[in-house]
Ligand binder design. Structure first.
Ligand code: SF4
Ligand code: SF4
Length: 441
């Protein structure tokens, strides 16, 4: 019998978007009016390849669940968006493709996996600024999230790539709550080059992490290890005051940052060079910076486009904060009344991943690695109560309790947006605060 989507079970099993903000999947799957379901297998961040590894092993499962989501939503198309360079995986998918499903080939550029760009590539439609794919009748989900729906059991494991300055780049499947330190050990440890830092989530959009006790959560997609003196780390450690001072004095308003901005090229009213100009004048509220609220923080303007090594992305992030504080936003009626179309140069200004990797000084790191399933040596797991968008969970256990693998440890209150958190392993609860610490048996 064909697999059926059961929203109550998807919620009960704690399924959330396995990358990004962790939006609860049962809510996303409630969508109506969808005509296209898209699996985001683009994985455009340099050095990350967990989706490719997952597809190599679980292509049949992905086809089953995509077929089920298409039937559940009443969509006409089910599409897997994947980079054209993954020829072996594409061949596997094509051999298994079910009627009504398609494999859509994407060029190898950054950020091909941005939802807005992906929907445009697959459907030709532009999602209006500030909206979600549903606004153009599309539903997008990533590979791991959909597999979690199909596997129909509590989400207690996470797939993540560990790459960069490590001895053996890998994709791991580990219990949620495992420390970054343990993940690094499973990748053979860092390459002995002195002090290092981790970019969690990728080199372009990831967060700088210097505490190796940070735990893997339901949304951790990858750990990229880089020496502390690598430009990508140095730039992220730069104090805000210094970023602003350099930006004010050195920006010549060439507007390259805008000309290469993927969202500007989709036709959205975002122009990062104006946010840079505004650094010196603080005209928040002026239409000059209003468009910064549509910045997706892809970092392409800062890490690739700007010839002066300035930080227009940061200027956009700051402007967004000011706009939020002042409760100023782009008029809704202007967004809704307009027909949004991409810039005529959109398809000509994609940045190839190879070029981006060279620019970022990443060529020397291996861009491959096998998938291994691992339970690190017995050590406490740290489980934050909030691993999803919405309300944090409330603990359902207390220190000293013995728990079984898959048991609910925390849940949101009735009616709140969120999902339960399950115990990744059997063991004993050591402490409960805004995180639950579990000692495996
Ligand atoms: S931030 Fe850089 S790319 Fe943008 S306008 Fe200024 S100098 Fe040009
Ligand atoms: S980070 Fe820069 S390039 Fe990316 S969307 Fe924002 S302004 Fe555009």
């Amino acid at each position: 019998m064909s697999f059926q989507i059961d929203l109550a079970r998807v919620r009960e099993h704690g399924v959330v978007g396995a990358g990004g903000a962790g939006f609860p999947t049962h809510v996303k799957l409630e969508a109506s009016g969808v005509d296209t379901v898209i699996v985001n297998a683009a994985e455009c961040e340099p050095l990350l390849h967990k989706d490719k590894e997952l597809l190599k092993r679980h292509a049949d499962d992905l086809m089953e669940v995509l077929d089920a989501v298409v039937r559940h939503t009443g969509a006409e198309r089910g599409v897997i968006g994947i980079k054209d360079k993954y020829t072996q995986v594409i061949e596997m998918l094509r051999q298994r493709v079910k009627p009504g499903l398609e494999v859509h080939l994407l060029k190898d550029f950054y950020p091909a996996g941005d939802e807005f760009l992906l929907v445009h590539a697959v459907t030709g439609r532009v999602i209006p600024p500030g909206k979600i794919p549903l606004a153009v009748n599309a539903l997008v989900s990533n590979v791991e999230t959909l597999l979690n729906v199909f596997w129909d059991q509590p989400v207690t494991r996470k797939y993540l790539t560990v790459a960069g300055a490590v001895r053996e780049p890998v994709t791991l499947r580990v219990p949620i709550g495992t420390s970054f330190r343990a993940c690094l050990d499973l990748a053979g440890g860092d390459i002995a080059e002195g002090p290092f830092a981790i970019l969690e989530g990728g080199v372009m959009m990831g967060k700088l992490i210097e505490d190796l006790d940070t735990p893997v959560t339901k949304t951790t997609g990858g750990l990229i290890v880089l020496p502390l003196d690598h430009d990508l780390v140095v730039r992220r450690r730069r104090p805000q005051k210094v970023i602003d001072q350099i930006g004010r004095s050195a920006c010549d308003q060439c507007s390259f940052c805008t000309e290469l901005c993927p969202r500007y090229l989709l036709g959205h009213p975002i122009e990062p060079h104006l946010a840079m100009r505004n650094l010196g004048f603080h005209e928040a509220g002026d239409r000059m910076i209003l468009g910064t609220q549509f910045c997706c923080e892809c970092n392409l303007c800062t890490l690739y486009a700007c010839p002066e090594d300035l930080d227009p992305k940061n200027a956009c992030v700051q402007s967004k904060g000011v706009l939020r504080q002042k409760e100023i936003s782009w008029p809704k009626d202007e967004i809704e009344s307009q027909e949004w179309t991409a810039h005529e140069m959109e398809s000509y200004r994609h940045i190839p991943l190879t070029k981006l990797m060279s620019r970022l000084g990443l060529d020397r790191f291996r861009n491959v690695g096998p998938l291994i399933e691992a339970v690190p040596a017995r050590q406490p797991l740290t489980l934050p109560l909030k691993q999803h968008l919405g309300a944090p969970g409330t603990a359902r256990v207390k220190a000293g309790d013995t728990v079984q693998e898959g048991q609910v440890l925390a849940n949101v209150e009735e009616g709140q947006l969120g999902v339960p958190l399950h115990s990744p392993l059997a063991g004993k609860i050591l402490s409960v605060s805004d995180v639950i610490v579990l000692e495996p048996a």
